[in-house]
Design a protein around this ligand. Sequence first.
Ligand code: HEC
Ligand code: HEC
Ligand code: HEC
Ligand code: HEC
Ligand code: HEC
Ligand code: HEC
Ligand code: HEC
Ligand code: HEC
Length: 443
Amino acid sequence: MTGKAAEKNLRYRAAGLAAFVLLAALGFTLPRHTSNASGLASPEPQRRVVTATRPVAQRAANRRPRTDYRKFNHASSKHREQACDACHKFPSPNWKEARPTGDAAFPDVVQQPQHASCLNCHREQFFARERPAPAICSVCHTESTPRRQPRHPFPNPLETFNQTARARDFISDFRIFFPHDKHVEIVSALRPAHEREAGASFVNVSFARNGNRAQQKETPKQGEKPQEAKPNETSCAVCHQTYAPQGETEEEYATKPPPDLGEAFWLKKGAFKTTPNHASCFNCHSQETGVLPAPNNCAACHRLAPAPPTRPRTDFDPKVAAAMNVSDPVILRKWRRRTSGTFRHEWIMHADLSCNACHNVTAMNTLDEATKKVPILSCGGAGAGCHVTPTTAADAGALNLALEERKAKPGFQCTKCHLTLGREPVPKSHLEAVEMIKQTGGS
Ligand code: HEC
Ligand code: HEC
Ligand code: HEC
Ligand code: HEC
Ligand code: HEC
Ligand code: HEC
Ligand code: HEC
Ligand code: HEC
């Protein structure tokens, strides 16, 4: 619910009977209007007949846009005004059980807030006469009978949550604030495990705890010269690895494609990069090390996501994902955010490039989608003339070819790099990229 609507609700409640009568009258004359304003399909026309004999005030109460108490929203005005720890107590009493293996456990929030954090404001909803249980219980419980009160899986630890059906549709109310510039140097200073000495700084030790795969991969084989990676390139792999790679296996597709696929797009393995979570962040940001922000300062890293109308469009089609039987929650979360839905990191030509050829983390603000976009010019391969070329000859790049096709056939859909955005008008950035390559001759 929007802040405005919540405010309106409170005003309704505070209003006297006279106002209710007036609102009810308005409701009767303008039922369509009110239902549009609340954004909900109103079941009102039938209800009106049934409730005609009830007291006026109660009828008016039914006219309020009804609040859905089954789903919690952090952006509601009264919720966002509170400190995170008004509800999330750090750490949860069961943090040791949440990551039980070896020394993997660390103090963390791993379950829903307690009843006490809601009761001050929601006594009415907690004791509502609703069957089988008050609606508000289903924010946290899958069932709440006197005998059983199992809860929904909580999205942290993510590794456990990702094994549950609820993870597939999970979209966080938040975006992560992460300043790359303040971290790449610290993380680049991490040396591969074989070089690490006993008694090294906390940073090295704490990363060793996770047995970081990326670092192990970078350890040169016997007799091989250690690779001279740029410092910040080393850092990228500490936090971002290729997710579910094809590796040396034969099977390149993420799910089984139809036998008659031909040239059509089908999601391949190794398309996405992972992002780190508490298991990495809290190595350094812990109460032991004292590195700020502290782990209980949730709002330092989690910031409310922009409201839907201001969110940028992305290149994701849930129907395509369903048709391909893609149900992996890690993939779905990444895919939903893409501007280029078909890009694959593991494709050999891409994997050989430096991350910096396509990503400029110094200029990136992780809260601002526009700064996270990969410029289309980097699809030209920094002068390598891959997808953006100076000519439209036979060896022209995918963008040049797509632009030609568009010119010939206005309905042409650009499918090389896009799933849904390829149906839209050609953006200025694409035309400018071709112009730029022409002027510089592709070098
Ligand atoms: C009024 C109580 C309340 C406050 C205040 C609150 N939360 Fe929550 N939070 C909840 C509840 C309840 C859930 C579980 C919701 C669910 O599972 O659908 C939750 C779930 C979450 C989740 C997992 C779901 C998601 O959307 O990503 C994160 C992350 C989170 N809270 C972070 C925060 C941060 C950061 C703050 C402070 C800026 C905060 N919360 C303030 C009640 C609260
Ligand atoms: C400081 C008061 C306050 C606290 C504490 C509070 N809420 Fe709310 N909550 C509100 C208000 C005000 C609304 C808007 C009511 C309306 O629209 O009728 C609301 C709305 C809701 C809704 C409807 C959907 C939404 O988010 O707008 C749910 C569900 C909800 N609260 C659950 C909870 C739960 C669960 C807790 C405890 C973890 C909690 N609230 C704590 C004040 C509070
Ligand atoms: C904000 C999340 C949340 C909401 C909403 C919620 N619960 Fe709970 N509930 C919990 C948590 C967390 C526990 C476990 C408490 C613990 O073990 O410390 C719990 C435990 C319980 C228990 C076990 C006994 C106890 O109190 O520890 C019962 C019974 C229960 N809930 C019933 C309900 C009912 C009925 C509703 C709706 C009226 C409800 N809960 C709403 C989070 C919630
Ligand atoms: C200490 C961990 C860490 C290091 C090191 C790191 N990143 Fe990140 N990166 C993050 C986090 C956290 C996010 C935000 C994730 C989110 O929004 O969910 C992020 C976001 C990104 C994104 C945007 C992701 C998206 O969802 O759009 C890109 C691209 C990226 N990083 C590239 C890099 C590159 C390139 C490097 C090396 C120069 C690097 N990162 C180094 C932690 C790290
Ligand atoms: C050839 C260009 C290219 C190279 C090289 C490249 N990326 Fe990407 N990367 C992309 C594109 C394109 C996206 C999707 C951006 C979008 O759709 O908004 C992306 C997305 C990401 C994301 C967000 C998650 C995802 O997969 O959507 C992360 C994190 C990331 N890249 C990290 C890296 C790291 C780390 C490296 C180096 C090891 C790297 N990238 C190398 C082009 C590249
Ligand atoms: C290797 C240790 C290390 C790891 C791992 C690490 N950080 Fe940090 N982080 C730091 C240090 C040191 C600072 C203080 C830097 C400064 O103020 O210049 C910091 C600062 C921050 C800040 C505050 C920046 C500001 O502008 O105030 C945020 C937010 C942050 N880290 C988020 C994260 C997140 C999210 C992760 C996990 C993806 C993470 N960090 C992982 C060491 C680390
Ligand atoms: C140092 C930065 C940092 C702090 C502090 C922090 N988180 Fe997170 N949190 C992250 C990152 C990074 C992720 C992974 C996001 C992703 O996978 O896209 C994450 C993920 C989560 C998730 C899993 C669901 C999701 O949104 O991805 C929950 C729940 C969560 N955090 C809750 C909290 C709560 C509650 C607090 C405060 C007690 C907190 N976090 C403090 C960085 C932080
Ligand atoms: C070589 C890959 C590639 C090809 C071919 C391609 N695009 Fe894109 N497209 C991108 C990338 C990368 C972005 C994100 C950067 C940007 O906005 O310029 C993007 C962004 C977009 C956007 C979003 C722009 C915005 O401002 O939100 C639209 C719309 C779009 N492309 C349409 C098209 C159309 C139509 C075609 C065919 C004429 C096409 N693209 C061909 C890679 C490609």
